[in-house]
Design a protein around this ligand. Sequence first.
Ligand code: CA
Length: 419
Amino acid sequence: MPLLRSWVESANAPDHPFPLNNLPCGVFSLDGEEPRCGVAIGDFVLDVAGLEEAGLVALPGGPFLDVPFWNDLMEAGPVVWAAFRDRLTALLSDGAAERAAVEPFLVPLAGATLHMPFLVSEYTDFYAGRHHATNVGTMFRGAENALPPNWLHIPIGYNGRASSVVVSGTPVRRPWGQIKGPDDAAPRFAPSARFDIELEMGAVVGQPSTHGQPVTVEEADAMIFGYVLLNDWSARDIQAWEYQPLGPFQAKATATTISPWIVMKAALEPFRTSTPAREKPLLPYLHEPRPMLYDIALEVALTPEGGTETVIARTNYAEMYYSAAQQLAHHTTSGCAMNVGDLLGSGTISGPTKESRGSLLELSWGGKEPFPVAGGTRSFIQDNDTLTLRGQCKGDGYTIGFGECTGKVIPALADPYAR
Ligand code: CA
């Protein structure tokens, strides 16, 4: 599909992240006003809550946009999602008759504050990047035990905390936790000294499943509303001590940052690609009926306080071994019900090369090989460093962007129990 031309001129630039082909869903506010649903188009946010109120967008079963989150529209289902996109495409297309009526609902993006785009019902994080799992396993357990015996058969995951998911721009405070190094006689309670990022994609579940009824991979794909960038902040020193036998707990509960725009699945259709070749055949319930991954170029940048940015990793979502649809299908095999607004983290997306590693743990190989950034080196995140994730799909004369997923790490509390 080529660029869809819009009368919003800035949206037509080939490298602009928000062309008419994208129409990502966010929540914005202007000074002193209540947050409301908006869609990014070029250098603007289109106030779709206002459009619906004015009758310019009328969806069957609506209104859905009179709340400051997208869950109601998600719940309405794929037919309404498509009708919504069709209507916005008609209103914003070059030469649209309604231009004069729509124009007052455009707000400059630069003056808008962005909020969480949806209410996170529950949050599950997976571990589906093979290069990441191999790298971390090698560091934690040795090369011969790098990939656990179940890894090539099951999309490994754990249930995280919805309460820890924050929108891009939210500062992240370095956590305290229980830490015990391999040579320490006893654990101690201290600020994490090995605080890290994980470059991931998040899948946003837009349709529920029934308790007791597993879904197929095809059904799971149809349940997904869209995707966000996701940074699963991780305290490696806390993780290394706590993770056996039940997996990560406090190491991953400080914060998970998501990008402010949900890119709907429809915008990503031209970029579908298959998961990599299987080393071991999957059980039938995990077979992919068609390509379920996406070609999304990803990068991570680190900016020290007052310093210049260094891009420290470049990789692609297509490196995942399991797609979000496979993960979602697997999630329901127990009979576990999925809800509108559930968030699934893909797992860290590392590529095969050193430059394509999606965490500092891997980039510095457990701190043994500090890597260069502007003005110094890093093994793990230092206080006041800002970490930024970016992602884009390159189409025929256009780009699909997600908006930045960024967060600054602020110093740990001096005494977390001081009252
Ligand atoms: Ca993770």
